[in-house]
Design a protein around this ligand. Structure first.
Ligand SMILES: Cc1cc2nc3c(=O)[nH]c(=O)nc-3n(C[C@H](O)[C@H](O)[C@H](O)COP(=O)(O)OP(=O)(O)OC[C@H]3O[C@@H](n4cnc5c(N)ncnc54)[C@H](O)[C@@H]3O)c2cc1C
Length: 616
């Protein structure tokens, strides 16, 4: 059997691991040749060890592992192994030394705690070690070729597939598994306008991309840089323009950080439509595999929705939001309202959530408020924005520091992370109407969820507070607008148009959106042109069909669907470019939580071996 794995990021690597594990355990008489393709080599583009050491992951070290483990809810050979933290304690030192990686990594592993955030480069080295371990245990009749090239075309030829790259030869394989990650897109009209303007005026315009690759060296202390977007890429670019240039933070007696500038920092003006940076990730207090249990959005409830084949979004959200609020009030009451009998309160909340809170003595200011969480400005409409932002960042970091088991707000938001499975079931099983999926889910919930749950470590929020305080960064009020004026870029907030900033650089601080039909990848283009891949199309009751950014796959088998929505045997496609058919695909595997990526890799490989056995 001959297979192609396209993409050597975490998904490609766990697919490789599963192939070897299944072959060894159940199909040792089947000789296997695996061709792995990725121009960035093992670990892929996001996790290359050759990236600034200042860029850190946003997942705690003990919550990242590529090993299959026992928690995965699918039959497959169990092969356990260390998470990044455990690896740093054991195998990492020798591997780093033997392979001549920088001594910075030895310092890093010596200080890495289970709930610290490893550098992205260190995860890259972990993946390389993982690959080296796989090779060590690969049976003799399994042959692995790593091709550091981009695949440009795939064509179907009877029961085989031809894989084309820039190399003169073509590989013929029986199965293809693709996990391509984020792909750059063609420029939108707005982007074309800024791009041409930058060229004409000798300015810098940076498109959505990979923050580790962004060229920033030519930006000087005399420049003003606009950062559009306040998500994870924003924090990366800020880190690169400050800490990477030698800037340091000092802790003051009051616990806050102050920024010690180098004088090499440009002035950064940052904003977004929402206008608030992503919430800090809570400091982890949970052991691997420890997750909140559902009281409202239970497995039984989800089973009913799946049996019915649908659920109104309002009903789903009602259950999910009550789940979050239940955790919040349970911890808040225990901490701040000793006069309330907790068990009685919890029982009453489970029966009548809103009424129970309304009837309680919990102060209005302590009540859970989704609107305020989504837009912290609503509380103080007349205060100076810098003061509001500083206070917001301080509170956000303080909440995060209270931890994922003891901080009322942080633990409550962590529930959104723990209950990703029901949300995935909602999306995978298409339980919402296309109208609700477009407006309520993609148009509202998804962005709120990203804002509240996939943010940076709390240290990044504390650093941002110090940088805003030091006026290295000016934060715009919500409603950011970017334009051009007097041969420069101009930005301001629609809420405060009198305060405007001119800049020499405009950076779109976000990773490329998932949008197959505009992707510049030659492979993606060819797959769409030949209808081997097709975009997901949504059909709202009013208006024209909507082409979603996702590539359409069968949500169970992850086989590419043809234009008649029929699965195409042998062509598996999964991960980030399917976001829309699946949900929240931009994450690396988490150990002990029946992880969706580990499960999917196993299911794909199981399917491949079943198909192969049926051929005989
Ligand atoms: C900047 C950044 C930071 C992130 N930080 C975190 C984090 O801290 N924690 C976390 O859990 N997740 C993080 N993520 C999310 C990330 O998507 C996942 O963690 C994970 O990398 C996804 O794995 P993947 O294998 O699906 O995709 P990727 O890791 O993106 O790998 C895809 C690979 O496919 C290759 N490829 C694409 N097209 C072709 C082709 N035609 N031929 C050959 N190869 C091809 C690419 O070169 C790439 O290496 C981050 C993502 C980005 C972009």
């Amino acid at each position: 059997m001959h297979l192609a794995i396209i993409g050597a990021g975490p998904r490609g690597m766990v697919t490789l691991e599963r192939l070897i594990a299944w072959q060894r355990a159940e199909h040792s008489n089947t000789p296997l040749t695996i061709d792995l393709y990725d121009p960035h080599g093992i670990g892929g583009r996001v996790w290359t060890p050759k990236q600034p050491h200042e860029l850190i992951m946003n997942t705690a070290a003990q919550q990242i592992s590529l090993f299959y483990g026992t928690s995965v809810n699918s039959t497959g050979p169990i092969i356990t192994g260390p998470n990044i933290f455990e690896w740093a304690q054991t195998e990492a030192h020798d591997f780093i030394e033997k392979n001549n990686y920088s001594a910075d990594f030895l310092t890093e592993i010596a200080h890495l705690n289970p709930n610290d955030y490893a550098t992205r480069a260190l995860f890259g080295i972990y993946i390389q070690w993982y690959y080296a371990e796989l090779i060590k245990h690969t049976p003799k009749n399994v042959n692995i070729n790593v091709n550091k090239v981009t695949v440009t075309q795939i064509s179907k030829n009877a029961n085989h597939f031809e894989i084309m790259t820039a190399l003169p030869s073509t590989d013929t394989v029986d199965y293809v598994v693709m996990s391509l990650g984020n792909l750059e897109n063609e420029l939108s009209k707005d982007q074309q306008k800024f791009d041409s303007f930058a060229t004409e005026n000798n300015l810098t315009y940076v498109l959505p991309g990979f923050p580790n690759e962004t060229e920033l060296d030519h930006i000087t202390q005399d420049d003003t840089v606009i950062l559009r977007g306040l998500g994870l890429s924003f924090f990366d670019i800020v880190t690169r323009l400050t800490i990477e240039r030698g800037g340091r933070f000092k802790q003051l007696d009051n616990g806050q950080l102050t920024y010690l500038a180098t004088g090499k920092e440009p002035h950064i003006v940052a904003g977004s439509r929402r206008g608030w940076p992503y919430h800090a990730k809570g400091d982890n207090q949970k052991a691997p595999g420890e997750e909140s249990q559902a009281h409202f959005l239970t497995a039984a409830k989800m089973a009913v929705f799946m049996k019915n084949g649908s659920v109104p979004f309002a009903e789903f959200w009602n259950l999910l939001s009550h789940e979050v609020e239940y955790h919040y009030y349970s911890l808040l009451v225990a901490e701040k309202y000793p006069e309330i009998e907790l068990t009685k309160f919890q029982l009453a909340f489970l029966r009548q959530p809103e009424e129970t809170v309304k009837r309680s003595i919990i102060a209005e200011s302590d009540r859970f408020n989704w609107d305020h969480l989504g837009n912290p400005m609503t509380k103080k409409p007349n205060a100076d924005f810098k003061t509001i932002m500083l206070e917001h960042l301080q509170n956000d970091a303080a909440d995060a520091r209270m931890g994922t088991k003891t901080g009322p707000l942080t633990s409550a938001l962590e529930v959104l992370r723990d209950l990703r499975l029901p949300v995935r079931q909602l999306v995978d099983n298409r339980l919402l109407s296309d109208d609700e999926y477009l407006t309520d889910f993609l148009g509202w919930f998804n962005s709120l969820n990203n804002f509240l749950t996939i943010g940076p470590p709390s240290i990044r929020i504390e650093q941002l507070r110090a940088l805003v305080d030091a006026d290295v960064i000016t934060m715009l009020e919500p409603g950011m607008i970017v334009d051009t004026k007097n041969h420069q870029f101009e930005t301001y907030s629609a809420n405060a148009p009198e305060q405007r900033y001119l800049a020499t650089t405009l950076i779109e601080a976000r990773v490329p959106a998932v949008h197959a039909t505009t992707a510049t990848s030659p492979l993606m283009k060819q797959l769409l042109e030949t209808r081997i891949a097709n975009p997901l199309v949504l059909n709202p009751t009013k208006g024209a069909p909507v082409i979603d950014g996702a590539v359409n796959v069968d949500p169970i088998s992850n086989l590419l669907l043809d234009e008649n929505k029929r699965p195409q045997p042998g062509l598996y496609f999964w991960g980030v470019p399917t976001d829309g058919v699946h949900w929240l695909t931009a994450a690396s595997p988490r150990p002990f939580v029946n992880d969706v990526s580990l499960r999917t890799a196993n299911d794909i490989v199981k399917d491949i071996f079943e198909k192969e056995s049926n051929k005989k």
